[in-house]
Design a protein around this ligand. Structure first.
Ligand code: FA5
Length: 326
């Protein structure tokens, strides 16, 4: 068989192969070591004249390379699998978009409202030193008020400082005043931790938003104005809330704020009061020149009221049937 005819038939066989076995059969037929047709030609070269060897030999070797490349390409195409065809007339498929968790939404709204009231938003560490969470807030080690915050203590293997997961966002009051001069107004949203039994309105891990306003003439009336403006923006003008006298070591006087639920029941949402002079002493502010109010609200509780969620534990259940409703 001459080389031109062999080439034509080999290319045809390879191209027409429908699967890897057929490609392999074509390879054996032309390039097989024993019976391959092209192999036979190449083997026959040794009996030819130098002139024939040069012309036929070159052409035969080129053809062998060509066929090998073709076979490789064909095999690669089979490995890739069949080509998919698209039906351009099919209707589009809706993408399943994720969305923010209800607590994230509430967090965003709170930041926006306070920013519009000219507050700065700052954040602090979740792993905290005993001094910031307690001592500098007028709660020394012997103080019975420490029992108000059941604490997750954390073993400290690098220094003698006692460490804990912050039980409230109030430590950031101290950190901020240590690093800044008055006047200022800040909020501190953040995660907090308490070693306590859970129920419908208590979690071991929840969120608070601390507020602190310090300046020369700040009064509790200013707090009342700010918090009323916040509630009205957050819940709407119908919201009902009340102040109750309360006690926190780092404020004097202290109050708690409740919000009326649809059923008529009151739910406590925050503690607040005028910054205690011992706290100003701890951060080296002169209590004769500045006053301040501070508050700490439960973000989860605000979310529960706003969305009518009966149990705080639902937020942390990881159940998409719950999360998707918001
Ligand atoms: C405090 O944590 C004070 N740091 C608040 C404060 C700040 C007072 C500044 C004065 C000045 P309390 O433990 O009451 O206070 O918590 C504040 C709010 O956090 C509560 O009103 C409640 O809304 C929320 N909260 C407290 N414990 C939990 C809990 N286990 N689960 C969910 N929310 C909680």
């Amino acid at each position: 068989m001459d080389l031109t005819a062999l080439k034509a038939s080999a290319i045809q066989d390879i191209e027409r192969a429908n699967n890897t076995q057929e490609v392999e059969a074509a390879r054996v037929k032309y390039l097989g070591r024993k019976e391959g047709e092209l192999t036979a030609i190449l083997r026959g070269l040794k009996d030819m004249t130098p002139e024939e060897k040069r012309t036929l030999g070159t052409a035969a070797n080129e053809l062998r390379q060509e066929l090998e490349a073709l076979i490789e390409k064909k095999l690669a195409a089979f490995a890739r699998g069949p080509r998919t065809r698209f039906d351009v007339t099919k209707p589009g498929k809706k993408l399943a978009l994720g969305h923010a968790h209800p607590l994230t939404k509430i967090d965003t709204q709170i930041r926006e409202i306070f920013s519009s009231l000219n507050f700065s938003v700052v954040e602090g560490p979740e792993l905290e030193e005993e001094r910031y969470n307690f001592d500098a807030l007028n709660i020394p080690g012997w103080h019975p008020a420490r029992d108000m915050w059941d604490t997750f203590w954390v073993k400290n293997e690098v220094s003698a400082k006692r460490m804990l997961m912050r039980t409230h966002t109030s430590p950031m009051q101290v950190r901020y005043m240590e690093a800044h001069k008055a006047p200022f107004q800040i909020i501190v949203p953040g995660r907090t931790f308490r070693y306590e039994a859970t129920d419908a309105s208590h979690e071991i891990n929840f969120y608070q938003v601390e507020g602190l306003v310090v300046g020369p003439d700040v009064t509790l009336a200013n707090f009342k104005f700010v918090i009323e403006a916040f509630f009205k923006r957050f819940f709407g003008s119908e919201v009902e809330f009340r102040f109750r006298p309360s006690y926190f070591p780092f404020v004097e006087p202290g109050v708690e704020v409740d919000i009326r639920l649809p059923g008529g029941r009151w739910l406590e949402v925050m503690g607040a009061g005028m910054v205690h002079r011992n706290v100003f002493d701890a951060v080296k502010y002169d209590f004769r020149n500045v006053q301040g109010f501070a508050f700490g609200m439960g973000l989860d509780r605000l979310a529960m009221i706003k969305y009518g969620i009966p149990d705080i534990r639902l937020f942390y259940s990881g159940d998409l049937r719950f999360t998707k409703q918001f």
